[in-house]
Design a protein around this ligand. Structure first.
Ligand code: SAH
Length: 389
């Protein structure tokens, strides 16, 4: 097997089980190709870990094992899948929820690979050319361990030759309906990069519904298929969903309809979020609860938006239309924008705006999105409920 040698003094973090192999720590790695296995060794040539080459984030690959004799084959993936399945027994057994993540990348032992279960229809996502090279073994292992109705896949790397789509089983007619905390949502595993619902926000949606929606006028910006609005609508006075994409309107209406809500009883705007804040404040609309869950980057006409640089503007915009004693739910899924930095932006922006506030809840990923104890970016989701006095 090939080896990759760490620069002198760089081994400590890998001995402490940091799973992502960073380019700058290696003496040389040009000899390694996507999907190749290699032994990571220190500058003395001593074995530290077995890893595969797969370029993602700042890394050139992920550690798979700390046992020099471990063979990376179908049985290896089967063992990890068995553990991951065991770990999710809670989700297999609860009522009212049938969509959850069963394998979460490095958190479950293989960076670059995630698998979600949407009521028996599974979605495998490959995050690099490297992990995609293990496709045959991973699929074999998957079929041996999990019961499934169908398997779909998506690639999260650029390669014109490789397309995602149907893999095996009985393909359903999309959209399928999944259930989460007794609420129904449409899902399509075969339509672009997104599926209709972000499963990682499950507990945040529940918290919003249970504690911040009762009799409230709710505004949901960057609403996509309206998942936050749909979760909250049962208790809310009324919901308003705002998204720039035309298709967000029918998708949101259908999700309301699935839950017995007349979509015409709710407001849906196909509009830029910042334009909406201006429009709503001109018309003196105000909202008791505002959900802000933006993409990390967005481009609209000539403007670009990046959460790391522009989150303050979103908070300022939301404040313009927030009712007295209102609550904002501020989220980001950007792994480079850590909780400390995010909290600082929230606090600084609100302090500068001259409002009194309290961070009522700070939430992260649910248990099925198992994170890696020695790799902080794996806790990418931050959701903060802020009460304004
Ligand atoms: N909050 C959503 C997920 C957001 S996905 C949920 O809970 O499911 C990102 C969404 O932001 C996309 O639907 C995209 O159309 C929308 N978007 C991007 N830029 C926007 C903008 N400037 N104004 C409004 N929506 C925007």
């Amino acid at each position: 097997m090939k080896t990759a040698t760490l620069n002198k003094g760089k081994e400590t973090k890998y001995l402490n089980e940091y799973p992502l192999i960073e380019e700058e720590d290696l003496y040389a790695y040009d000899h390694l190709k996507d999907g190749e296995l290699f032994h990571l060794v220190n500058d003395q040539g001593n074995y530290i870990a077995t890893a595969y080459v797969g370029k993602q984030h700042k890394g050139i690959g992920w550690v798979l094992s700390y046992d020099k004799n471990e063979v990376i084959n179908t049985q290896f993936f089967e063992r990890l899948f068995e553990i991951a399945k065991e770990d999710r027994q809670y989700f297999y057994n609860i009522e009212g929820t049938n969509a959850f993540r069963i394998f979460n990348g490095e958190g479950d032992g293989v960076g670059g690979l995630t698998i979600d279960n949407y009521d028996g229809h599974f979605l495998i996502q490959w995050y690099s050319k490297g992990i995609y090279k293990f496709r045959y073994s991973v699929l074999q292992a998957f079929k041996n361990v999990f019961e499934y109705t169908s398997i779909f896949e998506k690639t999260r790397f650029k390669d014109a030759q490789i397309d995602g789509g149907f893999v095996d089983g009985e393909a359903p007619e999309f959209p399928i309906v999944i259930e989460e905390n007794f609420t129904f949502y449409n899902v399509d595993l075969n339509d672009g990069p997104m599926t209709g619902i972000f499963l990682d926000q499950r507990e945040v949606r529940k918290k919003l519904k249970d504690q911040f929606s009762e009799n409230k006028r709710l505004l949901n910006v960057f609403s996509y298929t309206g998942a936050f609005s749909v979760a909250a609508v049962e208790h809310a006075k009324v919901t308003t969903s705002v998204d720039l994409a035309n298709r967000s309107r029918p998708l949101t209406e259908e999700n309301f309809g699935l839950n017995g809500i007349d979509p015409k009883s709710q407001y849906i705007f196909v509009m830029d979020t910042f334009d909406f804040f201006n429009y709503a404040s001109r018309h003196q609309f105000d909202y008791d609860t505002i959900v802000v869950d933006p993409p990390s980057f967005a481009r609209n006409k000539k403007k670009t938006f990046s959460v790391t640089k522009d989150y303050d503007k979103l908070i300022q915009g939301a404040l313009q239309v927030l009712a007295p004693q209102g609550t904002m739910l501020l989220c980001t899924n950007n792994s480079t924008f850590n909780l400390k930095a995010f909290k600082k932006v929230v606090k600084d922006t609100l302090t500068q705006a001259g409002v009194d506030f309290e961070l009522a809840e700070v939430m992260g990923l649910p248990k099925d999105f198992k994170t890696h104890p020695h790799y902080k970016p794996s806790k990418y989701l931050k959701a903060i409920f802020v009460k304004i006095q």
